[in-house]
Design a protein around this ligand. Structure first.
Ligand SMILES: Cc1cc2nc3c(=O)[nH]c(=O)nc-3n(C[C@H](O)[C@H](O)[C@H](O)COP(=O)(O)O)c2cc1C
Length: 141
């Protein structure tokens, strides 16, 4: 049985390129063998990650992520059972929220900035879909 999970968190001490690289390396090493796919969105302040896969592997990964010292204030924004993956193409893709243009952000928020802790899960997923449509997301299968 498949689930989709979306959470947001605040980067502890920023999210410099080497930390993002470290996280992506862990994701690419771990996710394929556990059937996990998804997208990691990041800015220098926040993370927002959507994970899809079997309920057991997703819950187990989320439990590890919750205790990861590289971020704080981890908030679950959305969790649902699904019949079909939306992000099946990526073991873990990434999107730099600092590079998204203001008009895209303004479609989903009062100000042209991403504040996932003040956003509904529905709007956050809509933003991620928009990032997919505008090819802001980069990744490898
Ligand atoms: C924002 C964020 C996203 C992460 N995403 C993943 C992921 O998709 N897959 C993964 O295996 N680890 C991910 N991690 C790392 C895990 O928290 C954990 O460090 C890693 O799975 C290794 O755990 P272990 O040494 O207990 O096996 C992420 C960490 C952070 C801070």
């Amino acid at each position: 049985m498949l689930v989709r999970l979306l959470y947001a968190s605040r980067a502890a001490g920023g999210a410099p390129a080497d930390v993002i690289h470290q996280i992506m390396t862990q994701a690419h090493a771990h996710n394929p063998q556990h059937g996990i796919t998804g997208i990691l969105c990041h800015s220098d302040k926040v993370y927002m990650q959507v994970l899809e896969g079997g309920r057991g592997p997703i819950n187990a990964l989320y439990a590890k992520i919750l205790h990861d010292p590289r971020h704080t204030d981890v908030v679950l924004l959305h969790y649902e059972e699904i019949t079909e993956r939306r992000y099946a193409c990526w073991t873990m893709a990434q999107a730099n929220l600092s590079k998204v243009n203001a008009s895209t952000l303004l479609r989903f928020a009062e100000l042209p900035e991403v504040d996932p802790h003040a956003t509904s899960g529905k709007h956050a997923l809509a933003l991620i879909d928009e990032l997919m449509a505008t090819a802001t997301i980069v990744g490898r299968p």
